[in-house]
Design a protein around this ligand. Structure first.
Ligand SMILES: Nc1ncnc2c1ncn2[C@@H]1O[C@H](COP(=O)(O)OP(=O)(O)OP(=O)(O)O)[C@@H](O)[C@H]1O
Ligand SMILES: [Mg+2]
Length: 205
């Protein structure tokens, strides 16, 4: 059985991940692969409970990082690894890069801790491709306000926070250019989707 491919979607709040998630999964399905769509934080019953805490309960940044990675471990062990093992492709709205961007870049959690947690929690399960939806924080904020009546703890953060998150994402993309595909989210959704398709084609190469 060939292992499935793992695709993650990343970017600051309002950058367009959820807009493209199902269309990307559907496009992969049309190419003959079984696809599981999931998200972080979340993806399991426990993960979804932890998501509610993470999005609405204030806490120390280290605690936030630890809960994110606890939810991720559950997600990897119960959902992602078994799916990939069966040959199913996994498309996830966020994965580990989000912790380096939000808890690391945004909140200042020591990257040494994040690297340790990532190595433990991933256990070798890493995305084959990461689509990074890149957008100016000001525009992303305008889009969040248009689409979300009740912003969560992260969506309520200021532009300075999202500038740091975005910079951390871009650093990760620069460090691993073969895995990352940078998408300019200032464009129209159709143009972004086309760019994503071109990148995803490489997974069959
Ligand atoms: N290319 C685009 N141009 C203009 N508006 C867009 C574009 N892509 C998405 N939007 C709109 O921007 C808003 C935020 O998009 P979306 O929910 O996909 O972002 P997200 O990355 O999933 O954010 P979050 O991290 O908060 O879940 C939505 O209202 C969506 O309709
Ligand atoms: Mg979303």
């Amino acid at each position: 059985m060939t292992r499935g491919k793992f695709v993650s979607l990343e970017g600051i709040d309002g950058a367009g991940k959820s807009t493209h998630l199902n269309a990307i999964a559907e496009w992969i399905r049309e190419r003959g692969q079984a696809v599981l769509v999931t998200r972080e934080p979340g993806g399991t019953p426990l993960g979804e409970s932890l998501r509610q805490l993470l999005l609405h309960q204030s806490m120390h940044p280290d605690t936030e990082a630890l809960i994110m990675f606890a939810a991720r471990r559950e997600h990897v062990m119960q959902v992602i690894a078994p799916a990939l093992q069966q040959g199913t492709w996994v498309v996830s709205d966020r994965f580990t890069d989000a912790s380096f961007a939000y808890q690391g870049g945004g909140r200042g959690v020591d990257v040494v801790h994040l690297n340790y947690l990532a190595a433990w929690v991933e256990g070798g399960i890493r995305p084959d491709m990461t689509l990074l939806f890149d957008l100016e924080p000001e525009e992303a904020h305008r889009r969040v306000l248009r689409g979300t009546p009740h912003p969560d703890r992260f969506e309520k953060e200021q532009a300075t926070f999202f500038r740091k998150v975005r910079a951390a994402y871009l650093d990760r993309a620069r460090a691993e250019p073969a895995r990352f595909c940078l998408l300019d989210s200032s464009h129209a959704p159709e143009a972004i989707f086309k760019q994503a398709q071109q990148a995803l084609e490489r997974l069959w190469a």
